[in-house]
Design a binder for this molecule. Sequence first.
Ligand code: SAM
Length: 260
Amino acid sequence: MKRTSIHDFDLSLICDYFGRLERQGPGSPESTIRALSFIGDIPDEAKIADLGCGTGGQTTILAQNTKATIIGLDICPDFIEKFNINFKRLGLENRVKGIVGSMDSLPFQNEELDIIWSEGAVASIGFEEALNYWKRFLKRGGYIAVTYESWFTDERPVEIEEFWLDAVPKMSTIEHNISLMRRAGYRFVAAFALPEECWTDTYFMPQKTIQGAFLEKHTGNKAAEAFVEYMRYEAALYSKYKHYYGYVFYIGKKCETPSL
Ligand code: SAM
């Protein structure tokens, strides 16, 4: 029997489920800060785009650790509404703004951005495709910091390979992803795997607390039931196969000269 695929579910159902959570993907304040540390001093007048920002979990950390202007962009309007309410509440709406849009059609000028940030979202348009397309919006010497699903080993059990290659067809090893970053015209700065707690504590555990209310709202909706089952399966696979894969933060610097 064919297993359910993440691509079988409606975006609005996915947004309803994940909009109940503080973060929509694996990550943590510590990992965001660690990635920022590779970038060094960020001037107050810098402009950062946080692509696939969700409701802004990592954007809050960026805002608290820089004085930069930040534009969060996400395809899901509900997430952006929550994002803007959150930053208004924090009194940061003058320099942090969420907009609805797609990562593959950005509303920025060439060389407008100092930093492109993206946690847990790049796979939806492809890692290599994104690195190539986004580069034009970065100033020379600007930085990119992206988390991306990656294999830790050259080989893995069929069950986990099938699950992830369905969700992220071009998922590859860290070494290969670094080579893609270099080929796209970035100097490789750093890569590190997100620690296990980024999955268990900030991603899987909070989901357990919202699944009941989500199912109650969608009583009798087979797609909602199948979605919760899919998310539980993802969590079970992680605890079984976590040594084979994870999210990796890739940090790169746009080469200063176009030919490099
Ligand atoms: N960055 C957030 C975090 O780590 O909590 C959200 C990560 S979530 C796994 C992926 C996000 O990417 C979702 O908010 C989703 O709506 C957004 N997304 C997916 N495809 C997109 C696209 N083409 N353009 C913009 N956002 C997209």
